[in-house]
Design a protein around this ligand. Sequence first.
Ligand code: ADP
Ligand code: MG
Length: 702
Amino acid sequence: MEKINIEEIFAQNVFTPAVMEKYLPKDAYDEVMRVMEHGGELSRETANVVADCMKNWAVEKGATHYTHWFQPLTGFTAEKHDSFITHPDANGKMMMEFSGKELIKGESDGSSFPSGGLRATFEARGYTAWDITSPAFVREDATGAILCIPTAFCSYKGEALDKKTPLLRSTQAINEQALRILRLFGNTDAKKVSPCVGAEQEYFLVDRKKYLKRYDLLYSGRTLFGANAPKGQEMSDHYYGSIRERIGSFMRDVNIELWKLGVTAKTQHNEVAPAQHELAPIYETANVAVDHNQLVMETMRKVAERHGLACLLHEKPFAGINGSGKHNNWSLTTDTGVNMLDPGDTPNANIQFLLVLACIIKAVDTHADLLRQSASDVGNDLRLGADEAPPAIVSIFLGEQLDDVVRQLVETGEAKHLINNEVLATGVDTLPDLLIDPTDRNRTSPFAFTGNKFEFRMVGSADSIGDPNVILNTIVAESFCEAADILEKADNFDIACHDLIKKYLAHHQRIIFNGNGYSPEWVKEAARRGLPNLPTMLDAIETLTTEKAIKLFEKFGIYTEAELNSRKEVLYETYSKTLNIEANCMVEMASKQIIPAGFLYMKDLAGAVKLANNVGVSDRAARNILTEVTELLENLEDALEALKKALGEAQAIKGNKEKAFAYRDQVKVCMENLRKPADRLESITDKSIWPFPTYEDLLFEV
Ligand code: ADP
Ligand code: MG
């Protein structure tokens, strides 16, 4: 096997600062570094120099085209390739060119991307703008080598039409507010605070030939029919199990591709469900982590195809076994290397940590609805609240020790001792040194403190991690801002800070829950505490435009009210379109595959009954099965007609919101009713007749 030298290949296709230093003149390089660190715009001359060097570097890598690589509201990435060629000169010679203008700004007909009404068709132009904080890269595959330039995507008037623009805005907001908190504690060296994110990505791998035989997987990414296999995940033999060669060889190629693109693929293992796996990179700044997570998903899909596999990123590809999520690990790190979510080991650091913690608790309690919304997508509705996934109710897990500190602070205003730890309060009169045990985990919590970061576990596996990080950055920026407003004016900072921590914890303690998030008691308890329970995606959409939300987003310049309204429209539309595809696909499979298979089996059984009668043996077995098959076919036919009717009615509705609810409350119910008799029929029908691969074939014979 070919040897891999990670040091040599890592980031070999990335226009990193080191590459820039080599290719750019010193003053241009300095200007780029300055803008990367502190924002602002490159001068036109520098942009031209950078573009030319970037092109030369990319051409050396074999690139023929460049693309502005952006993230429209579809949740996927988009690209349009332009080659570097220009008009040939009089001698027919062609000079390759790439200008600063082309690097910095692109114009595209954006009318086919979702805009939620923000862009009228007469103003269909969309603009892409270079995001200098996420490095350009050359992607190599059968298409050739393409220079990809990460960009934001906006309308003519600058309204955000993508996932990146609000993320960049929120990164700026949290930077400003977090710096105010640091300054209060005497930190004057940090110049910048960046949200850092590590996204663990779960996925399924199935055999591609089988995948292609299932229209549901092909069109909707999940199985819409399918009886459970005799075995599921009950033996826990897949989790961390040894990785079989076919899968391992896929993982190896994914890692190589990702390393070349500068993605720090770090951990890989088998997950709980059969055929389910996970990849985790090392955390990095949120903006780059969002881009890299898109590259992870894209690379997995592509490499799977090369290996005769299909990578399923859907949140719930199979009923009855675990679905897939994405754990969004989030922290705040200064340019001097301090993690604000690290308890630290000096009394001063501890108090800063407790203030940061109190602010996060306040933010999550105040905006639990928005956080829940940020993790919702159509597929995740099938996962959240089911047995294996976090519930749709947002709560915070702190771990026993920290929970006890919070309780002491709320009850007595002082935290004097730590449980499970021999180190007691030293040198401080009000707060003990904290030694957080990072192994203290509660897997049922949607938002868990894990030592020096929060792990948001609700995010769906197929979704961009852009939205959840926009919300985290923004809501924490708000509570930092409020705390800083109070503390900057305080006469006695120590007392004011102590009082504020106590107040925030006392007011927002209800969001803390250390028990079993999967239990039905928690749903009741959460209701008693007044925590929002938004079970489905549609229940959560309106949270984007409550008075509280609009105030929050406008205050920090994240979204205008018009942008929020447009996003809502897109979400409602996406919901209806997704359900429409799924329902159509079910109609197709039931009409053309499942019902005909049932008739074939009926014919066999009728033949068996006749034969039994002819030869004079009992026809009981054949007759019983024939009766059940016939009844199931009748049920199937009824359910199919009901689905078609509900689908027709939903399709006729005009308003986006009303239509989406019709899909959820009528169409989806009919889909479930159609699935039941079909799955039962599958489980009693001769396997050689069944028209597509079953769960057994897909999950256990990869
Ligand atoms: P698990 O949650 O499965 O036990 P790990 O604790 O190894 O996994 O971490 C999971 C992810 O958290 C990785 O992507 C890792 O890089 C990321 N991570 C670790 N520390 C931080 C941090 N301070 N901020 C953000 N992400 C982090
Ligand atoms: Mg995790």
